[in-house]
Design a protein around this ligand. Structure first.
Ligand code: KG4
Ligand code: ZN
Length: 329
């Protein structure tokens, strides 16, 4: 069978990324231009600034990606671009660029769901991974427990009722003065602390999550006692949220009798969460997968992979594709 080269484009938030992926799983290049430094001083992503930066760099990122892959643009078979969920102005840059490329090259255009991209990051890191499995998507915008029945057949088993887990990490970091983005900073500081602070755990009777209670508890605790040990607070926060993630995942695995679990999304780069999930291999006889750290946060390789699997199951977009900021899985 002829190799299929997908050019993936990601611009849903503050990373402009273009990647070339062979046959859905082999990354030839994955160029990521992060705007973190630009947004850092505002304490979060400023949508208007994000869009303008995507426009400025997207052509250069594409050229660089083709160069690193050693491919000419005419060798590309498919164009996959993220069309949601995300910031509308930011998404529109990648969608417009993808449409222009697909039109000019006369190649299929695949509008790709960013959340499906996070799931597909696991296919790149783990060549043997195939559906069915359970995927826990934990990122700045999402907390979803999903049954991956097939490459393009998903069932959401549980999701957050309020904040995404990454938002909670970022908020905790902001409150205790660690800056943005908070997740990696909480991860680092927690290693120096002890999980000795009792924090509330919200148990819901289905497979949904809720993180607003613990987020508020951390904020109140810090206001009441600004001298609280920050490392202990980070360690306690991580331990509590991880217990919730693990409990729901075990519940879902038992319910569906599935022992293969994949983690995905920016928060799945967290070292404590990874360690606790890996323990389930011994304690619960599960097989745990997670993507390489560079594929956990936003990147275009995962979009190219998800786009490839949409293409082979016949899901092709037309040039009327538009950004859908609140796109569901
Ligand atoms: O997947 P992602 O890059 O963007 C979304 O699609 O939302 O996730 C970004 C989120 C941010 O909230 C960031 O703080 C969090 O992932 N994050 C982490 C770590 N690395 C990134 N959270 C905890 N520990 C980490 N090591
Ligand atoms: Zn993401």
């Amino acid at each position: 069978m002829k190799d299929i080269l997908t050019l993936g484009i990601e611009s849903s938030c503050d990373e402009t990324s273009v990647s070339i992926v062979k046959n859905g799983r082999e990354v030839l290049s994955n160029v990521i231009n992060s705007q973190i430094k630009i947004h850092e001083k505002f304490g979060g992503v400023v949508p208007e600034i994000a869009s303008r930066n995507h426009v400025e760099v997207i052509s250069e990122v594409t050229k660089q990606s083709l160069k690193e892959a050693g491919k000419d643009i005419n060798e590309i078979d498919l164009i996959a671009c993220t069309y949601g969920p995300g910031l509308v102005g930011a998404l529109l840059v990648g969608v417009s660029y993808g449409k222009a490329l697909a039109y000019a090259l006369n190649k299929p255009l695949i509008g790709t769901n960013h959340i499906k991209g996070h799931i597909a990051a696991n296919y790149i890191t783990h060549k043997e991974l195939k559906p069915p499995f359970l995927c826990l998507i934990i990122s700045g915008g999402h907390t979803h427990l999903v049954h991956i029945k097939d490459y393009n057949d998903f069932e959401i088993l549980g999701k957050t009722r309020d904040d995404a887990i990454g938002e909670a990490f970022d908020k905790v970091a902001r409150v205790i003065g660690l800056g943005y983005p908070g997740g990696p900073k909480v991860d680092k500081l927690a290693k120096e602390g002890e999980p000795n602070i009792e924090l509330p755990k919200t148990h819901l009777d289905n497979l949904d999550f809720s993180f607003s209670g613990i987020k508020t508890a951390v904020i109140n605790l810090h206001h009441k006692n600004p001298n609280v040990n920050k490392a202990d607070l980070c360690a306690s926060f991580e331990k509590t949220v991880t217990e919730i993630l693990v409990q729901n995942t075990i519940k879902a695995a038992r319910k569906l009798n599935i022992n293969t679990i994949a983690l995905a999304g920016g928060v799945s780069a967290n070292s404590y969460i990874r360690k606790e999930f890996l323990n389930l291999e011994k304690t619960n006889n599960m097989k745990i997968y997670y993507p390489d750290p560079i594929l956990c946060t936003d990147n275009a390789a995962m979009i190219a992979s998800a786009g490839y699997y949409s293409y082979i199951s016949g899901e092709i977009s037309n040039l009327e594709l538009n950004a859908v900021p609140n796109l569901k899985i």
